[in-house]
Design a protein around this ligand. Structure first.
Ligand SMILES: NC(=O)c1ccc[n+]([C@@H]2O[C@H](COP(=O)([O-])OP(=O)(O)OC[C@H]3O[C@@H](n4cnc5c(N)ncnc54)[C@H](O)[C@@H]3O)[C@@H](O)[C@H]2O)c1
Length: 347
């Protein structure tokens, strides 16, 4: 079992992420308060027998639950259960459950405590770590939300065994991303252990998940609200979010394609070598997470305006200088679309 902590500067509160803990030990981490569990129907079906004995609110699985309309019944459910500010929420699920639980906990009665049992690869390495939570409005992903850290996150890799191949591989893209932006050694380990990772050998994936979380925790501790370095975590996300929305691809697959585009743009900008770009593409393809897209440059242009990293007509875009070293550069929308067009033939 390994632990990581998020301690943003100027905060006394420490958020703890425990990797390798059995999720059934959740009761050890719960505060001595009223607890309500939020989960989705699939996770409930698979795991409810191990849930501690508290009221459970179950949502429909999937992205559509991340809307204002879908969270109103959950809030009404908490009111019906007569829960006040002393209530503590536990989200048991993937990124959707974690985002919703964190969002509701940050606004219910102006803020209550919460924790997660993170049940997908994507949520273990990314969504449940870092204190971001958000809902979507129409096509615009994650446009309303807060930065609020959970008290704790339990990541039990055994829970990944019940994920579909698609969900597992999609989550893996975020783990690979952490290596690309921050840690060449992590990339080497991922490349070396490809088969065992695909087989979900927990002895191999647990330390990789722990490493990825420690990298993210250290970035978030320095820049909780994404005013600087935290932006590097968005590598692949500028184009990835648009692909996710319009091609209806799984988050990780869309981000993987976004990383491919960003690596191409890094080469065109004279930062990344063609050899390293080829290595990045080879790794992504070896995990079968690159899926073709049909989106046009003009659709990208239209949607870039909703990017949360934009300031005026400029966007902070994440490039690679080398594998394991990301840099932030500002481009205007027009420059970015032009750059996209210039790399289309290498995708
Ligand atoms: N807040 C953040 O920092 C952050 C970061 C990355 C992604 N996200 C968000 O996370 C969401 C995607 O998360 P996700 O990929 O975990 O999706 P998800 O929560 O929808 O889970 C994917 C599917 O797997 C099922 N599932 C969950 N755990 C399971 C298990 N152990 N076994 C079998 N099935 C299981 C779910 O019911 C669902 O059908 C997106 O909304 C994305 O925007 C948030």
């Amino acid at each position: 079992m390994e632990k990581a902590f998020i301690l943003p500067p100027a905060r006394k509160f420490r958020s703890e992420i425990i990797v390798g803990e059995k999720w059934t030990n959740l009761y050890k981490y719960l505060p001595d308060r009223d607890v309500v569990i939020i989960t989705d129907e699939n996770v409930y079906r698979l795991y409810h027998k191990g849930f501690p004995d508290f009221p459970v609110i179950t949502i429909k699985p999937g992205e559509a639950s991340k809307s204002i309309a879908a969270i109103e019944p959950i809030i009404k459910g908490l009111l019906k259960l007569k829960k006040d500010r002393s209530c503590f929420l536990i989200g048991i699920g993937g990124g959707v459950v974690c985002d919703i639980t964190g969002f509701i906990a940050s606004i219910y009665m102006r803020g209550i405590g919460f924790g997660f049992v993170s049940t997908t690869m994507l949520s273990q390495v990314d969504a449940s770590v870092g204190g971001k939570n958000a809902l979507n409005i129409d096509f615009y992903k994650n446009v309303i939300g807060t930065f609020t850290q959970p008290d704790f996150v339990i990541c039990d890799p055994e829970m990944l065994m019940t994920l579909s191949d698609e969900e597992y591989l999609s989550g893996l893209a975020e783990l690979i991303k952490m290596g690309f932006i921050l840690d060449n050694t992590l990339v080497a380990k991922i490349e070396r252990n490809r088969e065992k990772i695909i087989r979900r050998d927990t002895r191999v994936i647990e330390p990789l998940i722990a490493r990825s979380i420690k990298l993210k925790a250290s970035v978030v501790s320095d820049d909780e609200k994404e005013s600087g370095k935290r932006m590097i975590l968005n590598f692949g996300h500028t184009f990835g979010h648009i692909i996710e929305t319009f091609e209806k691809q799984k988050h990780g697959f869309a981000i993987a394609y976004g990383m491919k585009i960003a690596a191409g743009i890094s080469v065109v900008n004279g930062l990344l070598s063609e050899k390293e770009e080829a290595k990045l593409n080879r790794i992504l393809e070896s995990f079968n997470i690159i899926h073709e897209i049909k989106l046009t440059a003009s659709k990208f242009e239209e949607m870039l305006i909703s990017d949360k990293k934009k300031k005026g007509d400029k966007i902070s875009f994440i490039l690679l200088e080398s594998i394991g070293r990301a840099v932030i550069k500002e481009f205007t929308f027009k420059e970015l679309v032009k750059l996209y067009k210039s790399v289309q033939d290498r995708l």
